[in-house]
Ligand binder design. Structure first.
Ligand code: HEM
Length: 531
């Protein structure tokens, strides 16, 4: 009798728990999205009709056409100038929807609503004006998905933790600290250029074709690994190989982000990303532990060079202003954030630049002359780099046309009200950086032309709105690595242009594509000649 009662109660408890779970699932994935949709429509937003459970993902990915232009060299052997009008190639769905719904509308990633924004004035009003910034955090849907990559590093933390991390990390990115890293950048790049030279020695006269994208990414990964956590040893190499592997894995499963239980749909990828995350954390913790035990141990190339981790540890030891130190776990997550946030973006800015300089030899010549004049073949110094003005214009124009970070996202932590417009708590925001950087209304009729001189007299390139040019994001969360990245850009580009002349290979196919970042999906084969 007693046993029967026990079984009865167990069944009741199991049923209640199941009903509770079912209720929560229905609330999260059906009821809340339905209410949010009604409120957004009532608040004046239009947009494509979503379906359950994929939202608008089917239109976004399944029917997707990748626009490929090329080959670049026409039948007469002459270079055809390729089009930089890339918005409809990389975001065909947004290009179609903006024609129907305008520059602000709502679309759905699975059961998650996203307000699409390609209108800088609207962006300004909802994010930076009148204390709005505090109302926005990072989308939970991406946070969970990219946890093994960024953890709770600076890119993802919010609130007081963000203020605390940003304060500590910013000190590591001071000009003095960054300048001390030039040696490491030169060292890695010199190895890459020596490799190019030896590959050229084996080639026939007339130059050698090299897919610069792969090598530039590898070089940038090595530089960021050295400058972040000082690694050159086998242990360190393992870390960055695993980090790169994890990035590929997470991108593959990215396609189902926002769809309920998507992790269960790709269990192998989720498990492997988790496992890789654990291995990387373990290796980084070892590096941190040994650096804490031997604070004087030099990173990378030895001597008095320091990496970002070294500066973070040093800052912590000061126990500044009674602030809490970063824990070892937080340091691991910052190191991963530097790696993921820092290497591919910088490498892509460099890769697109090499392509554009190969396409526009007059600019290649102008930059080479500037470098020769400023450095006269001597080792690069911070002072020399600061005098590379034209290179600065080219840098900005590349970031405008081929922005490595093609979008920025946020999620409303509380209700956002701007006049008649109401954005419910929990709604996400997707800022289309590529869309704004290619908007004729903001830049004029030459919007899709490569014209670095537009930055000669205007820091904003003559864009009609202050927030229409945002390669590094906006507001308080603007990229913390932007001074590091321009330094690396100038060092690597100067070393390449001092040694090689670049032209476009007939094999190049112009096919930019979004893979988290904006990448040349078919690589960038260039013809290299010694100067
Ligand atoms: C061309 C190169 C780069 C581009 C285009 C770029 C772009 C961006 C953008 C758009 C954001 C804002 C993200 C948001 O608001 O959600 C950002 C933030 C960030 N970037 Fe970069 N980045 C570059 C290089 C770097 C480098 C070299 C590092 C570090 C080594 C870095 C580390 C970060 C971090 C930690 C944040 C988060 C800042 C915060 O939320 O306080 N980035 N970056």
């Amino acid at each position: 009798m007693h046993a029967v009662v026990c079984i009865g109660w167990t069944v009741v408890v199991v049923i209640l728990i199941s009903l509770g779970l079912l209720g929560r699932i229905i609330f999260l994935f059906w009821f809340w999205p339905a209410v949010a949709r009604r409120r957004l429509l009532r608040g004046g937003f239009s947009g494509p009709r979503p379906s359950f459970p994929r939202g608008n993902l089917t239109e976004m990915y399944c029917n997707r056409k990748v626009v490929v232009e090329g080959p670049l060299i026409n039948a007469r052997g002459a270079v055809d100038v390729i089009s930089h009008d890339i918005h409809s190639a990389v975001f065909p769905y947004f290009a179609t929807w903006t024609k129907i719904f305008g520059k602000v509308f709502v679309y759905w990633v699975g059961t998650e609503p996203f307000v699409y924004i390609a209108e800088p004035e609207f962006l300004k009003q909802v994010t930076t004006s009148g204390g709005m910034e505090k109302k926005w955090g990072k989308p939970n849907v991406f946070k969970h998905d990219r946890m093994p990559m960024f953890g709770n590093g600076l890119l993802m933390v919010e609130g007081d933790d963000w203020t605390h991390h940003r304060h500590i990390v910013a000190r590591a990115f001071s000009t003095t600290n960054l300048n001390a890293m030039i040696g490491m950048m030169v060292e890695s790049t010199a190895e890459m250029l020596d490799d190019w030279s030896s590959r050229m020695a084996a080639a026939e006269a007339g130059g050698r074709e090299i897919d610069v994208e792969k090598d530039i990414i590898r070089n940038a990964a090595e530089i960021i690994a050295k400058t972040s956590f000082g690694i050159i040893q086998e242990n360190g190499k393992k870390v960055f190989e695993k980090l790169q592997h994890m990035q590929t894995m997470l991108f593959k499963s990215d396609r189902l982000v926002g769809v309920p239980f998507s992790k269960i749909l790709s269990p192998r990828q989720s498990y492997e990303a988790w496992k890789l995350g654990k291995e990387i954390d373990g290796l980084l913790l070892d590096i941190i532990r040994s650096r804490k035990e031997n604070p004087g141990s030099a990173p990378a190339g030895g001597g008095d060079q320091k990496d970002l981790l070294g500066f973070l540890l040093e800052g912590m030891d000061g126990g500044e202003g009674g602030r809490r130190k970063l824990t070892s776990r937080e340091l691991v997550e910052e190191c991963k954030t530097f790696f993921f946030g820092g290497h591919e973006t910088t490498a892509l800015a460099l890769t697109w630049t090499l392509l554009l300089l190969a396409l526009y030899p007059q600019w290649q010549k102008a930059l080479r002359e500037e470098i020769m004049e400023v450095s006269a073949g001597q080792p690069l110094t911070p002072h020399m780099l600061s005098k590379l003005t034209k290179m600065g214009w080219v840098w900005n124009e590349v970031l405008r046309l081929y922005s490595p970070a093609p979008n920025v996202q946020r999620q409303a932590r509380e209700e956002v009200v701007i006049g008649e417009v109401v954005i419910p708590k929990g709604t996400n925001m997707w800022v289309d950086v590529v869309g704004m950087h290619h908007d004729r209304a903001l830049w004029g009729d030459d919007v899709n032309e490569f014209k670095p001189e537009r930055f000669k007299d205007h820091i904003n390139g003559g864009c009609k709105h202050r927030m229409g040019f945002i390669p590094f994001g906006f507001g308080g969360r603007i990229c913390i690595g932007r001074n590091l990245t321009i330094l690396e850009y100038k060092v690597v580009l100067s070393l390449i242009l001092r040694k090689f002349v670049l032209s476009v290979s007939p094999a190049y196919i112009h096919s930019p594509k979004i893979m988290l970042t904006l990448r040349p999906s078919q690589g960038v084969p260039l013809m290299l000649h010694h100067l």
